[in-house]
Design a protein around this ligand. Structure first.
Ligand code: PBG
Length: 336
């Protein structure tokens, strides 16, 4: 049989040489995922010794404060630098004015104090937004059909001070009201909290991928309408750059792009344009998709998890908020 005619090949350049074995691939690897890149979001509920499953997020739980402390101690021992707390408060405590958000003994403040004393060396991030506290599930105050900006910001600054007084390390406003970063920074400084950082959810999109989170904090049934008058349109990226610029000008120490995987282009543009600490949030729906496919045997869950996290880093993320944080940290530890 005649040998097939050799096609014209470029034999000087053989990019496959650098992929020939694991050591060679490690040698030229451009990006690395470390436990210090991971922030673990956790859900908190009232009670003792409680660990409630969330049906749309298999493997993720709502912890009572005592069990949350144990879980965070483990996260700290794995090298995770920070956790982000999200409360699911009693439905009876939710009202039109989000009154529970500013009470010094509310669930998130009690959790913050307990976690800071159980695990003093891990950062505690608290969420500034009204959705866990409003009877309608919106992040701001609803007046008629409208989420009113300025009155919401005034309340958010009080919420932030309340959390700072409880000992949180980082305030993370996820509400998307205009002007809230500057207002919160000024209020924190005026109260003596100059060292409390702000991680701004600067480019947060109105996304279908938040569905499971709303089950986790108990707003999926109550949420009236949608959040499109304050969260961003998924069609826009230039607007994301303007949002990030405003938040950095107003004093944000770190910014975030959210959701994660469908928005890697936004993440890359933000990271390259501002060169500020830039975080990606791999949200609940992303966790649910990977976990569901994995549980059905449709993809290798462990590999999909590690690949998705690494790709955030490659796109320019300083770090990633992920419900996989603990599982990923265990794997990273086992591999090194
Ligand atoms: C609301 C908030 C949301 C998330 C974090 N903070 C949901 C929303 O905007 O409705 C989503 C996180 C996730 O889906 O994992 N302040």
């Amino acid at each position: 049989m005649a040998t097939p005619a050799a096609p014209q090949l470029d034999l000087i350049h053989r990019p496959r040489r650098n992929r020939k074995s694991q050591w060679a691939r490690r040698l030229v690897s451009e990006t690395r995922l470390d436990t210090s890149d991971l922030i673990w979001p956790i859900f908190i509920v009232e009670g003792v010794q409680k660990r409630e499953a969330i049906s749309s997020m298999p493997g993720v739980y709502r912890y009572s404060v005592d069990l949350a402390c144990e879980a965070v101690v483990e996260a700290a021992s794995l090298g995770i630098p920070a956790v982000a707390l999200f409360p699911n408060i009693d439905p009876e405590l939710r009202d039109l004015t989000a009154s529970n958000a500013t009470l010094p003994d509310n669930l998130v403040c009690r959790a913050t104090r307990a976690i800071k004393s159980a695990a003093p060396n891990i950062g505690v991030i608290t969420d500034v937004a009204l959705d866990p506290y409003t009877s309608h599930g919106h992040d701001g105050l609803l007046y008629g059909e409208e989420i009113i900006n300025d009155a919401t910001v005034a309340l958010l600054t009080r919420q932030a001070i309340n959390q700072a007084q409880a000992g949180c390390d980082i305030i993370a406003p996820s509400d998307m009201m205009d002007g809230r970063i500057g207002a919160i920074r000024a209020a924190l400084d005026a109260e003596g909290f100059q060292n409390v950082q702000i991680m701004s959810y600067a480019a947060k999109y109105a996304s279908a991928f938040y569905g499971p989170f709303r089950e986790a904090i108990g707003t999926s049934k109550t949420l009236q309408g949608d959040k499109r008058t304050y969260q961003m349109d998924p069609a826009n990226v230039k607007e994301a750059l303007r949002e990030v610029a405003l938040d950095l000008e107003q004093g944000a120490d770190m910014v975030m792009v959210k959701p994660g995987m469908p928005y890697l282009d936004v993440l890359q543009r933000v990271a390259e344009t501002f060169e500020a600490p830039t975080f990606a949030y791999q949200v609940s729906g992303e966790y649910a998709m990977i976990t569901a496919a994995s549980r059905n045997g449709w993809l290798d869950g462990e590999r999909a998890m590690m690949e998705s996290l690494l790709c955030f880093k490659r796109a320019g993320a300083t770090g990633v908020l992920s419900y996989f944080a603990v599982e990923a940290a265990r794997l990273i530890r086992a591999q090194t």
